[in-house]
Design a protein around this ligand. Structure first.
Ligand code: NAP
Length: 495
């Protein structure tokens, strides 16, 4: 059986970052497995028309790999995909990546003190540490709508776009009005014959202050890196200004609310349609979306916004609860992802034989510092529970977590630890404190249902504070909060 020191699951921003930093530390005996055919993760999967980032490019990139050539303030998907491919290639790590391979089952071997991971290609790998970068938004959530299986036309999820389908002149239905849908709909409006938009809950959408970087700016960023760093820092602090409005006092979001209302007024002329698309919950409760083209698209002659609930789908139409049948050729489901019940949790088995999913069944998903879990030695989750953001760059959070994992590995080597896992009471205290902070946030009190909350109404996805606080808390691995197994005990157990 093949053994590696570190097995990394996923080759998105998290997996690539982990691989680069392991390599920098001389931790060269690692393997990255990725179910897709190349690096990119969510940015490879979400290649639907109009896919772009709603965090500014200079912040939505690795701090250690600045890109002076970003063409727009907010990058389009192909440019982000090209960036991550380039960074991975230049780091000279891709020889340790295996593509088209998924982790099917992983269990902690309590005797050998390592992970045993069965891969989809039929092989098994053992690994001292298991670093999961499998992504918080990677498993499409399909709507459970009566008859959807009987639809005879093409149906696909936003993250599984079927580029072989020619949408020109077609009648298309889009279910959902989240971050993905509002980027897709303006593109569909341009090419499709007719678009029905099935809106269950209207989102708040503010203008997208996008612009092209000039040649001079790119030149300056390339030749005066300090200026690029300053620009990134300014963007960073601008985004952090949202935090008090999200976590302490939703009234502080008043300026964003005015921007959103003005965006509706500017984009849509018809008062009835304006009313239909105006949300009834506090701004920020769901992710604040950005677009200049969404509302004008909704107001176009070939688009209808349908707010009656969907009753069923037939062979060739969507039928709403009021009995109206709208025939279509193509159905796009932009209905989001499994976020609070990560499918990978079903396949990771810790000490005592419990899966991560079993462990989380009653408590909801939780971890210590969003990264480690009692009962699951040497497992590190990048973008784990309560590490998501509503306002800033996930790349910042990923780098913070990878720094923590690196320090954990260094500590294990230095002190001769074979296994580490957080003390259960430490993990419980971390999460009690976190949930207390979550209490007054707009995500919990703003009057909306969102993917941030689990079935019990607990917010197990977002970080309830400033990102610099998260970074500080993860800046040092804290062995005092962990149960450790010294390496000599492992050797004795094996002997
Ligand atoms: P999402 O935010 O979860 O939105 C899903 C949409 O589908 C919602 O409008 C939801 O309505 C609707 N929906 C779900 N099930 C439905 C059903 N059975 N019937 C009718 N409507 C249904 O998913 P997403 O748009 O894919 O975005 C997910 C996250 O990905 C975002 O929040 C963001 O973090 C990230 N993202 C970022 C970007 C970007 O950077 N620009 C782009 C895309 C995605 P309800 O609101 O009523 O639940």
């Amino acid at each position: 059986m093949n053994h590696v020191d570190h097995l990394v699951i996923g080759a998105g921003f998290a997996g690539v970052c982990a691989a680069i930093k392991l390599s920098e530390d001389g931790e060269d005996n690692f393997l990255v497995i990725e179910k897709d055919s190349g690096v990119g993760g969510t940015w490879r999967a979400n290649d639907y028309p109009g896919a772009a980032c709603d965090v500014p490019s200079h912040l939505y990139s690795f701090s250690f790999a600045p890109n002076p050539d970003w063409s727009m303030a907010f990058s389009q998907q192909p440019e982000i995909q090209a960036y991550i491919e380039r960074v991975a290639a230049e780091a000279d790590i891709l020889d340790r990546f295996r593509f088209g391979v998924a982790a099917q089952h992983a269990h902690w071997d309590e005797e050998a003190l390592h992970w045993v991971v069965d891969l989809s290609d039929g092989t098994t790998v053992t690994a001292t540490t298991l670093i999961s970068g499998s992504g918080g938004l990677s498993e499409p959530k399909l709507p459970d709508i009566d008859g959807i299986d009987t639809f005879a036309g093409e149906v696909f999820h936003s993250a599984r776009w079927n580029h072989d389908v020619d949408l020109g002149g077609k009648r298309v239905a889009v279910i959902g009005t989240g971050a993905s849908a509002i980027q897709i709909i303006p593109e569909l409006q341009k090419v499709a014959g007719h678009v029905d938009v099935y809106q269950r809950t209207a989102p708040w959408v503010i203008p997208r202050n996008d612009r092209r970087y000039t040649g001079l700016e790119k030149f300056v960023f390339r030749h005066v890196p300090l200026l690029q760093r300053l620009s990134r820092t300014a963007i960073y602090w601008g985004r952090e200004l949202y935090v008090p409005a999200f976590t302490r006092n939703p009234k502080l979001a008043w300026p964003a609310l005015q921007l959103a209302k003005a965006n509706i007024a500017r984009g849509i002329k018809d008062p009835a349609l304006r009313a239909k698309v105006t949300p009834d919950f506090a701004i920020g409760c769901k992710r604040i979306l950005i677009s200049n083209t969404y509302y004008p698209a909704l107001g176009s002659a070939n688009v209808e916004v349908v707010t009656d609930p969907i009753a069923k789908v037939t062979g060739d139409a969507v039928v709403t609860a009021d009995g109206v049948e709208r025939p279509i050729d193509v159905l796009v489901v932009a209905t989001g992802f499994h976020t609070t019940e990560q499918p990978i949790a079903e396949h990771i088995v810790g000490r005592g034989g419990a899966t991560l999913a079993d462990t989380w069944r009653t408590s909801g998903q939780c971890a210590y510092k969003g990264t480690t879990v009692a009962g699951f030695p040497n497992l590190f989750q990048i973008v784990g529970p309560n590490t998501g953001l509503g306002h800033s760059s996930m790349v910042f959070m990923i780098e913070s977590q990878v720094a923590y994992v690196r320090d954990a590995i260094r500590t294990m080597r230095r002190r001769g630890y074979a296994a580490i896992e957080p003390h259960r009471d430490v993990q419980v205290a971390w999460n009690e404190d976190l949930q207390e902070k979550m209490g007054p946030t707009v995500w919990n009190t703003g009057g909306c249902a969102s993917w941030y909350l689990d079935e019990h109404g607990r917010n197990t996805t977002l970080w309830p504070g400033a990102t610099f606080t998260f970074r500080r808390l993860l800046s040092r691995f804290d062995p005092e909060n962990y149960a450790v197994v010294p390496a000599h005990e492992k050797e004795e157990a094996i002997a």
